[in-house]
Design a protein around this ligand. Structure first.
Ligand SMILES: Cc1ncc(COP(=O)(O)O)c(C=O)c1O
Length: 431
């Protein structure tokens, strides 16, 4: 049994000063046993905690670290830029460089605005959709998380799924009144909402690869249907690609499925491990953003040179030929290995993946496409599974609803070790 006494002591101290001891709820380990692990170092696929324990990390800071921890090229670029100052509150060349790198390599984006988080990106995109269309309502889907934007905290996933609440205190009813929540993968519900509220719907917002409430892979046909209905009605199609953007392909889920949204929100990978979000669209839509247009949105640290440099260094590597194929092949090998063991043993377990995103579902359903298809009791098996993974030096997000991520730094040896640990963790979970 490995000890984590130093992490435990750090957490006790943190609880005196930080609500729940953390700055983001799911980190508090409320859905699993024990208390949070304090990491002190990360390099490549590995992390080390305050007690000196080593882990192969599949949380990857919840997705941003597609090259793994402390990537040498990212660090070198950030260090050289940082030496000349961290923020000026004035334009800098790195903003344009990152914007150009994205626009030149993404069919569906003509202009992009950088912000500081995925939440800010989704919030600003929604404002732009309303400002552009002159309409008020937003359609979102149950289980899709778009950050802690007031009006979108309705049946969202992520930490909310594990906390078992469908919304948050502190949000007036009048704010969520403009949000229409629909079940995923359900065309009839979409048609009905359009029939009833179509004249006042600014946008349909969706995570095209819903990955905050398990991995609820949609039929491509459903996404195509949304595109078609938006074309017919003039409603904007808004893809929240904070997770899927630059993850399943450089063009994210839009490119992966070949579906053009009207607006896209980015976060995570775009910042190379620094706090960056962005929203982008055609020039026609983006020209409504201030100072060119009437939709106000601003940020003291937005586009700061350090974060932009990190994004550039990371995305340049993502653009290398074969980058995404190699990642997907790694995920496929891990999934095949673990799934075939679970099948041999007859465990009701299914490991889903798309590109380098994976999710372990403690149920034998081989399709889970909406939030209500997840067995809420699977969290109990996950707790046992998670404990055993930690014992064996494998770290995944501390909740059964969270997905895992594979980085280019994960070696075949890492994946073999992880598969072995996952198999013995499954054996314990189903004992
Ligand atoms: C799809 C999606 N949108 C928005 C967000 C919010 O991003 P952030 O946590 O950077 O505010 C997240 C975060 O996980 C996300 O997964």
């Amino acid at each position: 049994m490995i000890t984590r006494s130093k992490s435990e002591a750090l957490y006790e101290e943190a609880k005196k000063y930080l609500p729940g001891g953390v700055n983001s709820p799911v980190r508090a380990f409320r859905s699993v046993n024990g208390s949070p692990i304090y990491f002190e170092k990360g390099k490549g696929s590995k992390t080390w905690d305050a007690d000196g324990n080593e882990y192969i990390d599949f949380c990857c800071s919840w997705g941003p670290l597609i090259l793994g921890h402390a990537d040498d090229t990212v660090l070198a670029k950030v260090s050289s830029v940082m030496a000349n100052g961290t923020s000026f509150g004035a334009p800098n060349k790195y903003e344009t460089e990152l914007a150009k790198l994205i626009v030149d390599n993404h069919r569906y984006i003509e202009k992009i605005r950088f912000v500081n988080s995925g939440t800010e990106a989704a919030m600003s995109a929604i404002r732009l959709a309303r400002g552009y269309s002159g309409k008020n309502k937003v359609v979102k889907f149950e289980g899709c998380y778009h950050g802690h934007v007031d009006s979108l905290m309705v049946k969202a996933g992520s930490g909310l799924a594990t906390l078992g609440t469908s919304t948050s205190a502190g949000i007036p009813e009048s704010f969520v009144k403009e949000t229409i929540v629909l079940p995923l993968n359900n065309k009839e519900a979409v048609n009905k909402a359009i029939e009833e509220y179509g004249d006042d719907i600014a946008c349909i917002a969706i995570e095209p690869i819903p990955a905050n409430n398990g991995l609820l892979l949609q039929d491509k046909e459903f996404l195509q249907f949304l595109r078609q209905r938006c074309d017919e009605t003039g409603i904007l199609l808004f893809f929240d690609e904070v997770i899927s953007g630059f993850r399943v392909s450089f063009e994210g889920a839009s490119g992966y499925y070949g579906i053009k949204p009207d607006m896209i929100a980015f976060g995570k990978i775009i910042g190379g491990g620094f706090p960056v979000g962005a929203y982008g669209a055609s020039s026609k839509v983006m020209d409504h953003v201030a100072p060119d247009g009437p939709v106000y949105q601003a940020g003291t640290l937005s586009g700061n040179p350090v974060a932009m440099a990190a994004g550039i260094a990371q995305l340049e590597q993502c653009l290398k030929p074969g980058f995404y194929d190699a990642l997907a092949a790694k995920a496929q090998s891990l999934v095949n290995d673990v799934q075939s063991y679970a099948d041999e043993q007859g465990f009701p377990f299914h490991m889903f993946h798309v590109g380098s995103i994976f999710w372990m579902s403690f149920s034998n359903k081989n399709r889970v496409q909406s939030a209500d298809e997840i067995d809420p009791k699977s969290g109990e098996r996950f707790k046992i599974f998670f404990d055993e993974l930690l014992e064996q030096g494998i770290y995944v997000g501390p909740s059964s609803y969270e997905v895992g991520f594979i980085s280019s730094a994960h070696s075949n040896e890492d994946l073999k070790k992880a598969a072995g640990a996952m198999k013995s963790a499954l054996a314990k979970a189903y004992a």
